[in-house]
Design a protein around this ligand. Structure first.
Ligand SMILES: Nc1ncnc2c1ncn2[C@@H]1O[C@H](COP(=O)(O)OP(=O)(O)OP(=O)(O)O)[C@@H](O)[C@H]1O
Length: 419
């Protein structure tokens, strides 16, 4: 493999006190982190905790109200996003953002638009191909016809074509089978060897911590913990919250928690409540070992698109009635509300199917906006119903239960849809 020498091998990414508001909603609260060249750092947090916002703010895509970002000696927090790329920071966004109609190689070459990379385009391309031999074999293939894992490799490869010092990735394993996800993580470990620093947002805590050097926990926009990946992996609270130890989790906190937790209590709430937020369906009996796979269409009698459309309509209706007649939400959600009966019925059928077959489940968006901390306090880990996540913005998540010989099988998030 060609040894990659980024322009600034000493370049450490340092974000300090990043605060971000989306309108009234505070998505980041003085979040700070650092990533050194040659290390992998993972950010773990529940849905809506602010992980993507953190990456996008560092990349200059989301404006911040305070805080600073430096890459090496350079202040990059004041730069436009394309200038941030020029300075050596590349982001692989959630959903990859590759051009489906272009060939693999055309996608990769598009990544070399940065001035810092133009002179070394061919060299960088060879480097990407040596890291991802499968892309070399398929350089002429139209990108949309590649598998999910291969498309993720195209996205990572394209980011590497800008010759970055630091590579940021937003949920690179999203939607991939365990085998393909493993491939992607293995590849990231290889990328690290080339000297890049990698900042990773992941739902797959187990595999990401396994390759990471350090990790941060984020809750409601605050970094509540930082430690080595090994220490995080061995931390019982992290195990309960992120590594599938939900069964032994203590009861979720009750209304005793103060309304504005300190960082320490926020961390505790995160660690205790997250298992409930992440679990989908609790089973009265252990799930059968051998199960048939069930598609969403089979279970719900509707396509994923129809499911999303009715969930969005329902969310709009909930927002409209919660916000009152003169609010912005009312204006934004003025589309005709859908019948909620059909959706409820469908969700019941999905829940039943998930109980008996334990292969498919979907988590709907529901209910009007409520602060995430309130959600944590109300969560009950042994709730039999599919966990209803409450978002400030509607979101539907679709999960697949992996049948890997494990009695319970692991729930894998396969797609997320935001309105
Ligand atoms: N463009 C936006 N406008 C308004 N609110 C937003 C916007 N983007 C994110 N949010 C809100 O900010 C909060 C943090 O969102 P963010 O996407 O950063 O979380 P996350 O941790 O990446 O979640 P997930 O794991 O579900 O992707 C959430 O409450 C989200 O609803």
């Amino acid at each position: 493999m060609t040894e990659h020498r980024p322009a600034d091998t000493q370049g450490e990414l340092k974000a300090d006190g990043l605060t971000v508001f989306y309108g009234q909603h505070q998505a980041l609260d003085h979040a700070s982190l650092r990533v050194r060249a040659g290390e992998i750092v993972v950010i773990l947090g529940a849905n809506g905790a602010g992980k993507s916002t953190l990456l996008q703010t560092i990349a200059g895509l989301v404006p911040r109200s305070s805080g600073s970002v430096r890459l090496g000696e350079r202040v990059i927090g004041t730069l436009k996003s394309h200038q941030v790329v020029e300075s050596g920071l590349a982001l692989v966004p959630e959903g990859r953002g590759i051009f489906g109609e272009l060939s693999v190689e055309d996608n990769l070459r598009l990544g070399a638009y940065a001035r810092r990379a133009r002179g070394s385009e061919q060299e960088n391309l060879e480097r990407v191909y040596s890291l991802f031999p499968r892309l070399a074999e398929r350089r002429r293939q139209i990108a949309r016809t590649m598998s999910g894992g291969e498309q993720q490799m195209v996205a990572i490869g394209r980011a590497m074509m800008s010759n970055p010092t630091i590579l940021m990735l937003d949920e690179p394993s999203l939607g991939l089978s365990p085998l393909l996800a493993k491939d992607v993580f293995r590849t990231l470990a290889e990328v690290r060897k080339t000297g890049l620093g990698i900042l990773l947002v992941e739902q797959n805590a187990k595999q990401s911590l396994a390759i990471a050097d350090r990790g941060y926990l984020i809750e409601t926009g605050q970094i509540v913990a930082e430690n080595s990946a090994q220490a995080l992996m061995n931390d019982p609270a992290v195990q309960r919250a992120y590594l599938g130890g939900a069964a032994e989790a203590p009861a979720a906190p009750t209304a005793k928690a103060p309304p504005t937790p300190t960082r320490a209590t926020a961390a505790t709430a995160q660690q205790t409540a997250a298992p409930a937020a992440h679990s989908e369906v609790s089973f009265a009996q252990p799930a059968p070992r051998t199960v048939d796979r069930v598609s969403v269409q089979q279970v719900a009698g509707q396509s994923v698109e129809d499911l999303i459309a009715s969930a969005e309509a329902r969310q709009r209706q909930a927002w409209t009635s919660a916000a009152g007649p003169n609010s912005d939400a009312t204006a934004a959600g003025s589309a005709a509300p859908a019948s909620t009966g059909a959706l409820d019925d469908m969700l019941r059928r999905m829940e039943n199917a998930a109980r008996t077959a334990s292969t498919a489940s979907a988590r709907p968006p529901a209910a009007p906006a409520m602060p995430t901390r309130e959600r944590s306090q109300q969560a009950t880990p042994d709730d039999r119903k599919p966990e209803i996540e409450v978002y400030r913005r509607p979101q539907l998540e679709i999960y697949r239960r992996e049948d890997d010989g494990d009695a319970q099988g692991e729930l894998k998030l396969i797609s997320k849809h935001r309105v």
